[in-house]
Design a protein around this ligand. Structure first.
Ligand SMILES: [Zn+2]
Length: 329
């Protein structure tokens, strides 16, 4: 890890990124930072040559230019119909997340493929729409949709979010339900830039089950719960919630489960759920969609629609980050 950090510092230096001892760094930031609206932008040099990414795709390892990769990733991660500033925010978030993963910048890479930076499995790294998938998804709108995503990637070329000089793990999710979630509440590890913030979105959904179905699903996921159609109502209860209101500790019959595990067992949209009983049915009402950490895509779209620029959106969702360029590798 220390070696990786030293390598990163050496790379930053070689690329003229900015000074690298902590005190020098602060001075350099003060001298070089400019303000664009509410956010600080570090004056950095654009990478002169393309950053090549090792992409693991269906068992093969391919070298793809990072900017070309991002066209396929942003296409798969956010609807192309979203506001341009939301698409740009998505491009910068995805670029930062990938840079955070790259061993060349001190990251751990993708564990699926040997020596891969990233894979094309959306449940593991990021979504990736191939040329054929873009054509299939966009149909008659292919040209217009592709042009929009290309513009978002091109307009932010090389730009990443940095925290103390390193690319950040810029996680994102579909929608937050009012407040984003603190990374610590989901994974037990704190990241200073992944804290809970207010988010102007609250997509609501509901899932309905009969009491028998609910007991059956919970028993299957949590051995020892011993729930029945008759006792489930009194024995399936949210015991505590995280600061952002998501279910944290849940009583599931005779066992205790996390909100995250209950979400997975019942295939709920998020851990921000409330349990109501209506006759012989249980209604689970959820707010938001996804793990809730980092940028909410629906929230980004709402901010963009109200006139926020992509940097304002990103600075809102990723607390305390700076904007800079990727150093050359
Ligand atoms: Zn992966």
């Amino acid at each position: 890890m220390r070696k990786a950090l030293l390598l990163l510092l050496a790379l930053c230096c070689a690329a003229g990124f900015y000074a690298f001892s902590p005190r020098e760094k602060e001075t350099a930031r003060a001298a070089e930072a400019v303000r664009v609206g509410q956010v600080r932008v570090l004056q950095t040099e654009q990478a002169a040559s393309p950053v090549l990414l090792r992409v693991y795709d269906e068992g093969r390892l391919e070298r793809v230019d990072l900017e070309e990769y991002l066209l396929h990733a942003v296409a798969g991660e956010m609807p192309a119909s979203y506001e341009m500033e939301a698409l740009k925010a998505q491009a910068v978030a995805a670029r930062s997340y990938i840079a955070w993963k790259m061993p060349a910048y001190g990251g751990g890479g993708c564990s699926r493929g040997v020596d891969a930076d990233v894979c094309t499995d959306s449940t593991h790294c990021l979504a990736y729409w191939s040329e054929e998938e873009m054509r299939a998804h966009w149909g008659a709108d292919y040209d217009a949709c592709r042009a929009r995503v290309e513009e978002a990637v091109r307009a932010t070329r090389g730009e990443v979010l940095l925290y103390e000089g390193s690319p950040v793990q810029a996680l994102f999710h579909a929608s937050s339900g009012g407040y984003t979630e603190d990374a610590q509440a989901v994974w037990g590890t704190a990241f200073p830039y992944l804290t809970s913030v207010e988010s102007a979105d609250g997509a609501e959904a509901e899932a309905r089950f009969s009491l028998a179905e609910l007991a059956e699903k919970l028993n299957a996921a949590f051995p020892g719960a011993k729930l029945t159609e008759k006792n489930v109502k009194e024995n399936f209860l949210v015991r505590s919630r995280t600061d952002s209101g998501r279910a944290d500790v849940v009583r599931v019959g005779e066992v205790t489960a996390t909100g995250k595990a209950v979400r997975a067992a019942l295939d709920l949209k998020s851990t921000d759920f409330a349990v109501d009983y209506e006759g012989d049915e249980v209604v689970l009402r959820t707010r938001g969609s996804g793990h809730g950490v980092g940028m909410s895509q629906v929230g980004a779209e709402a901010m963009a629609a109200q006139g926020s620029g992509y940097r304002e959106i990103l600075a809102h969702y990723y607390t305390g980050v700076d904007f800079g360029s990727l150093p050359e590798v």
